[in-house]
Design a protein. Structure first.
Length: 400
């Protein structure tokens, strides 16, 4: 099999060809990483309006970078001094030691004189250097500000623009074995962090204290917190919310964990449910029902199966196992460089499962006034079925 980056670029070329795109521009962190093999624009995580883009031209098999001048050393450090870069923001200043003859420093200083006044002008120069008049420029609009994209289009009235997100989503849909391994490590790391945190749980802790301890365990394992919902008691019905800092978790509380992390560029997304003490009949029944639904969805997962059929299997299993009124809008989704990749396991979906796709399967249940229960697994589709990428036990966890 091809190496990781050759595999990715072949998928990008195929998706671009199908979409009729001549130039593909990434602005989202996940897509920057996918195109370049791991470039990270640190400013994007610090400043919402930070502007960084990478373009790909399949006809030339060439990449170009569009970045602020302050980011130029990072680009050269990652891609080498031969990288093609169009910079803006020349008012930002680097200084060079007078005696320094280092080629790296010389290159950075040279660009200060070449910086474009605006980001839109830098984009325009890059596109004009690689695309003929009338070329289709596909941009993943998820990260670029609309005002900047409008300015770019005004600079390039003779070019056609299209959405680039569908191209990236299609390319990223099938995973290379190295990507599967990255997702596995992220899932295992999140699972281990959760179980270590739970081993130290004592009645009286708050949701926030559990959340904080979980994030500390992730950090100890070299991961970055990216998503974590820990809710207890009646708040376990709040699907996506912050963790409460005031209410103590006591005996008789159900605790729902919808959690994950970011490790070496890959996401994890899992869910488990715990109970403080011995569970009551309703909690035990409802958790077993959602567990059976989740496992049934996994068992249905294999190449050639429709995502809509997996959804129906999950929902019907939960209903027959103890929650007859169970409803959902989806029972899982793809995962990879982002928490949500193609496809969604949704009602009526005719998307076809393929080998080397990675999915999260889930069957959460939220009942306002009572609480909630949830199980979520991560798996990879194999030639004959599936393999779990997270290894944690999935029964109702008894704590306290």
């Amino acid at each position: 099999m091809d190496g990781l980056q050759d595999f990715r670029m072949k998928r990008i070329k195929k998706a671009m060809g199908d979409a009729g795109a001549d130039i593909l521009v990434a602005t989202m962190p996940s897509n920057l990483s996918y195109l370049t093999g791991g470039y990270v624009s640190v400013m994007q995580s610090a400043i919402q309006h930070a502007e960084c883009a990478v373009g790909y031209v399949p006809e030339e098999d060439a990449l170009f970078y569009v970045a602020g001048y302050s980011e130029l050393p990072t680009v050269f450090e990652f891609a080498g001094l031969s990288a093609e870069v169009y910079v803006s923001g020349g008012r930002f200043c680097f200084e060079k030691e007078e005696a320094c003859k280092d080629g790296f420093a010389e290159r950075v200083m040279t660009y200060q004189k070449q910086a474009y006044e605006t980001t839109a002008e830098a984009w325009a120069a890059a596109v004009k250097a690689h695309g003929k008049t009338g070329a289709v420029v596909a941009v993943d609009e998820g990260r670029i500000f609309p005002s900047l994209l409008d300015a770019v289009k005004k600079e390039l009235p003779e070019y056609r623009f299209a959405g680039g997100n569908p191209i990236f989503k299609e390319a990223r849909r099938i995973k290379h074995p190295d990507e599967v391994m990255g997702i596995r490590k992220a899932a295992v790391t999140a699972s281990e962090a959760l179980m270590e945190m739970l081993s130290r749980f004592r009645p009286g802790m708050t949701e926030y204290e559990m959340y904080r301890e979980y994030n500390l365990e992730l950090t100890r394992r070299g991961a970055i917190p990216c998503y974590g919902v820990i809710t207890a008691g009646k708040r376990a019905a709040y699907s996506d919310t912050v963790s409460d800092r005031t209410r103590n978790i006591l005996s008789g509380d159900v605790v729902r964990f919808d959690f994950g992390c970011f490790l070496d560029g890959y996401c994890s997304d899992l869910a488990r449910t715990a109970y403080v003490g011995e569970p009551d009949e309703k909690t035990a029944l409802y958790y077993q029902a959602v567990r059976e639904g989740c496992l049934a969805a996994a068992e249905k997962m294999r190449p050639g199966v429709l995502c809509g059929d997996i959804f129906e299997t999950a929902v019907e299993t939960v209903r027959s196992a103890g929650i007859p009124h169970y409803r959902r809008h989806h029972c899982g989704h793809g995962i990879g460089l982002e928490m949500y990749d193609l496809y969604s396991i949704a009602p009526g979906s005719e998307d076809v499962v393929e080998e080397q796709m990675t999915f999260c399967v889930e069957t959460p249940y939220y009942e306002l006034g009572w609480g909630g229960v949830q199980l979520e697994h991560t798996l990879v589709v194999t030639k004959d079925g599936y393999e779990y990428l997270d290894k944690t036990e999935d029964g109702l966890i008894l704590i306290g």
